[in-house]
Write a protein that binds this ligand. Structure first.
Ligand code: FMN
Length: 217
């Protein structure tokens, strides 16, 4: 008997202007491919990072984020303008299961930690906190100042999941996408969304053979 596929859920994914837009793009792609509904919003700086890091040819004033995803996936994708504070992620009653800010710039991190809600990304995160729903922030900066660390601590104390973009290397990545999938896999693990992005580490006992579950990616 095969296990029933998990019921589709509704997620808010937010891009801000930290480096590592590939994490956010891959997360959206994987959630959509798994049949979930994704509400996507991005800060103005995220658009700039998209241009620099993904070579995306987008209009920075009104970026067409849907065009970044394959046509069959777009049916479950809802893209919202950064000032659309009437959009679903801005409301506690919209049935968003979890909100993920990936990448999360230090600026957006600070504003979420202090409840600014000055754009849809910050409001979506604020709503997740007030509703007691999972909020995953994926900060990216190095080195980290005391301001950055204190803001992360504040968010962790408020119940957010602070999941830095820190890929491991014990799975022996061969290409950049392996590193991206490592971090995206960690996000999905915290949200209890099943995935096969990375092999699972089972035991470091050499006598037991491979430390990896070879049957599982
Ligand atoms: C290519 C690029 C990479 C950047 N990388 C980072 C980063 O890793 N972390 C960060 O906090 N800011 C980074 N920044 C700067 C932020 O985008 C900038 O502080 C911006 O004001 C953040 O705005 P937002 O929080 O509204 O997205 C980067 C900017 C660019 C253009």
């Amino acid at each position: 008997m095969t296990a029933a596929a998990p019921a589709p859920d509704r997620f808010a994914v937010c891009f801000s202007g930290g480096s590592g837009i590939a994490y956010g793009l891959r997360l959206v792609e994987v959630l959509l491919a798994a049949g979930h509904e994704v509400h996507l919003c991005a800060t103005e700086a995220a658009g700039r990072v998209l241009v620099h890091e993904a070579g995306a040819a987008i209009d920075l004033a009104r970026p067409d984020l849907a065009s970044l995803f394959a046509a069959p996936l777009r049916t479950r994708l809802h893209v919202h303008a950064r000032d659309a504070v009437e959009a679903a992620p801005a409301s506690g009653s919209a049935g968003i299961r979890a909100t993920i800010v990936a990448p999360c710039s230090m600026g957006t991190l600070a504003r979420i930690a202090h409840g600014f809600s000055s754009n849809l990304v910050e409001r979506a995160a604020d709503v997740a906190l007030k509703e007691g729903r999972p909020l995953v922030v994926v900060p990216r900066e190095t080195p980290l100042s005391i301001v950055h660390l204190e803001n992360m601590l504040a968010l962790a104390r408020l119940g957010a999941i602070v999941l830095p973009a820190m890929p491991g290397f014990y799975h022996r990545p061969q290409q950049v996408t392996d590193l991206v999938d490592f971090v995206v896999g960690k996000i999905l693990d915290r949200l209890r969304v099943p995935h096969e992005l990375v092999r699972r580490w089972r035991t470091p006992d050499a006598a037991a053979g491979s430390p990896w579950d070879e049957g599982e990616r």
